[in-house]
Design a protein around this ligand. Sequence first.
Ligand SMILES: Nc1ncnc2c1ncn2[C@@H]1O[C@H](COP(=O)(O)OP(=O)(O)OP(=O)(O)O)[C@@H](O)[C@H]1O
Ligand SMILES: [Mg+2]
Length: 409
Amino acid sequence: MRTALTNPFSPGSDTVPDVWAGRTEHLGDWRDVVRPRRLAGLPERGRTILGEPGLGKSALVRRIAAEASRAGDWVTPQLRIPAGSDPLKLVARAVLDLAGQAGLPAARESRIATALARVEAVAVSGLSLTLRGAEGAEPFSALTDLLVEVGRAALEDGRVVALIHVDEVQNITNDKALSQLLIALGDALTYETEVAVPGGARVRRSLPLAVYLTGLPDFEDMAGTRKGATFARRFKTSTLSAIDVDALSEALQEFVLRGWEVAGEDGPGRVWMEPEAAALIAEVCRGEPFLFQLAGEQAWYAGSSSTVTEDDVRRGWRNAEREATAHVERVLERLPGRERQLLEVMAGLPAGDRSLTRIAEGMGFTRVSEAGPTAQRLDTVRGIIDRGRPYTFRHRAVEAYLTSDWPRL
Ligand SMILES: Nc1ncnc2c1ncn2[C@@H]1O[C@H](COP(=O)(O)OP(=O)(O)OP(=O)(O)O)[C@@H](O)[C@H]1O
Ligand SMILES: [Mg+2]
């Protein structure tokens, strides 16, 4: 029963895993805030979800998009921006596709036909259109206009929201392209149209459009400093951190209580999990969704009976150790030297002594304030530490790696 085909764990990236844990705040934000407010014509900012590699940014918004799609909403696929590419082309193509979902190509208004044609040109030429284009014909304005048309069509329908998901936004390294993209999306989000209300009055309302941007925390610097206040007013940023043990355990409860349904050779069957096995998976992955999937996958393969045992988890994890190490090293290697040094010094101190004073001392600074900016970045931008009293690690896998034998059990 426990085969590669029935294994519900999926450590690969860019999927929505069957065994889902936590992120309830973000899912609730979409269900209870973003979607209903945009549908009701109320202003609501776009969302930017950032986080260190493997924390589940793409999976989270893919899941939101899948949910939206099931509800009948018009959604773009996850638009992954490859490094160094022209994001405008990709987004233009996706907005054309949204327009298709909205039925715009069949519309008779010449305004709409023009908007479609202009975005077709952006999809072909991207940013370079700006250079050739006349005043007012910049790519962003074409994109905004078509998005507004998509929004109007959604408004007319009355039940749907159009959702755009741009992923790997940190790869948009061309300033001009980034600015055009953020303005196009931001302008569409803040656009207001007039509608008639009973009694004949006319009121202004926002369109049912929603935007999610996902990527590495480095994007915060790019968009934050270059685009400044405008970006912050139009997009609300949150940084993902590790998933807590309770949420991970809860995700495995189905295996423990009811058994996970799988298709067997002679009809469907169930795979169970010892409570100790579930607890160990939830603990050993240190809140990293990628490692959670990896631990589950390997435990599944470690035996063939209909119950995943604690011993299966142990033996499975042995096969995962190298990847677990590599995962954390990838996170650490991406960090600028100072940030990495701060983490190492912090890890070297006894947990109760992790104050900025002691850390600055350990880093060789004469003044405490010199370590301040680095600590601040690791907290607010990256979500790796928490500057409480004392400082603590939010990235529990980084902590475990730096302070113990982990990933060894
Ligand atoms: N909420 C979750 N519950 C369980 N598993 C999850 C969850 N979110 C993500 N995962 C798993 O974690 C792994 C990493 O997810 P994902 O690719 O979305 O991360 P990411 O933050 O986009 O990473 P990257 O920065 O590399 O793009 C995937 O295997 C995914 O299935
Ligand atoms: Mg991703």
